[in-house]
Design a protein around this ligand. Structure first.
Ligand code: AMP
Ligand code: MG
Length: 344
């Protein structure tokens, strides 16, 4: 299949809408990462997403809407819980996905057989315009091959899925660069399943204390059930082995410079780069977790362009604010391998 590269103008958005309404797949820009969209109400169209990505069928998809009214209009949820409404008021449109009891219109392919559905209203104008043009809500996971870092440019999508999907709309680089925050409001107490651009602190300022799912920071034990099925899979990993190094600037620099061979590289803050004797890939700046979120996936993909690199020493980010989301992705890229430099 020839994958069309579309631009984010009115004409091309109309084209994308037609493809989607006809049961096709289109890569679309959002403020988080690029999504691979299909008509969320058409189980057959949605099943093509799983085939193109190589995504396990038990990992449910997020339904993207262009107005909060779409939830009722299309019967997406059987209940729009009060706390979800409060969060929608404050953080929609934006990088917050909310899980609620699913409505009758949601095919099993979207919810992976669960009795809940994940819903998000993206902030990106092109994303919302495409949903409008399609005339239906769009199911859209990240537009990468399953297991790879999520795509933050149209070129990343082309590299992974070119030839397998109908089109990609180029909307430039994604603002946030990490997938949305996922919170369930279908549990007795709201629980964070995946950290993202909307922080725990911001959510708690609206609905009070929330629980943080164990899988956000820790590796699931073998056979343990994941509240968010996506959390159980190895994710975001470049081909090289990644190890997180936890410690201060000097300790990080000394460790990398003293423990590196010809096949080692560093994923470091911009201020570290000049002091390191190995090839460096940038993880934004030390005190700016938004820049870290923005650069992480692009840097992980750049590492893959260097097959000679076998080992990457990455800095361990702070877990405050959006840093929690950066840490959550990096620790998965590292297969949970962390060296505490203060303890060696
Ligand atoms: P992606 O679209 O690739 O960012 O993945 C969507 C994430 O949302 C995955 O981690 C899913 O497991 C999670 N998710 C989607 N629907 C549900 C649901 N109904 N319950 C729990 N997690 C969900
Ligand atoms: Mg994904």
């Amino acid at each position: 299949m020839n994958t069309l590269l579309l631009r984010d103008n009115e004409n091309d958005i109309k084209k994308a809408g037609k493809i989607l309404a006809g049961g096709g797949l289109v890569g679309i820009p959002t403020e988080t990462v690029y999504g691979l969209a299909a008509n969320a109400l058409d189980g057959k169209a949605v099943s093509k997403i799983f085939a193109a990505k190589g995504r396990p069928m038990d990992n449910p998809l997020i339904v993207h809407i262009q107005s909060a009214n779409d939830i009722e209009r299309f019967n997406l949820a059987s209940e729009f819980p009060k706390k979800a409404k409060m969060l929608a008021e404050k953080f929609w449109s934006g990088p917050l996905t909310m899980i609620m009891p699913k409505g009758s219109a949601i095919p099993d392919e979207v919810s992976a057989g669960l009795d809940t559905v994940a819903i998000r209203l993206p902030e990106h104008e092109t994303a919302r315009a495409v949903i409008k043009a399609a005339g239906v809500p769009l199911a859209a996971p990240s537009a990468n091959l399953s297991g790879s870092p999520s795509p933050t440019t149209a070129q990343h999508v082309m590299n992974d899925l070119g030839g397998k999907i109908d089109a990609v709309i180029d909307g430039g680089e994604c603002r946030v660069g990490l997938e949305s925050t996922v919170i369930t409001l279908a549990a007795v107490k709201p629980r964070l399943l995946r950290p993202g651009g909307v922080t725990v602190e911001e959510i708690e300022s609206v609905i009070g204390e929330i629980d943080i799912d164990d899988a956000v920071l820790n590796k699931l034990a073998d056979g343990e059930k994941a509240a968010s099925p996506g959390m159980k899979y190895k994710h975001y990993a470049p081909k090289a082995k990644v190890i997180l190094l936890k410690g201060a600037d000097n300790a990080y620099i000394d460790f990398v410079n003293n423990n590196s061979g010809a096949h080692t590289a560093a994923l470091c803050y911009s201020s570290d780069a000049v002091r390191l004797n190995v090839p460096t890939f940038l993880l934004g700046s030390k005190d700016d977790c938004l820049s870290q979120a923005h650069m992480l996936f692009d840097s992980l993909r750049k590492i893959d362009e260097h097959p000679e690199i076998k080992l990457v020493y990455a800095r361990c980010p702070s877990t405050k604010g959006v840093g929690l989301a950066v840490y959550n992705r990096l620790i998965r890229a590292a297969g949970f391998e962390v060296i505490d430099l203060e303890k060696i």
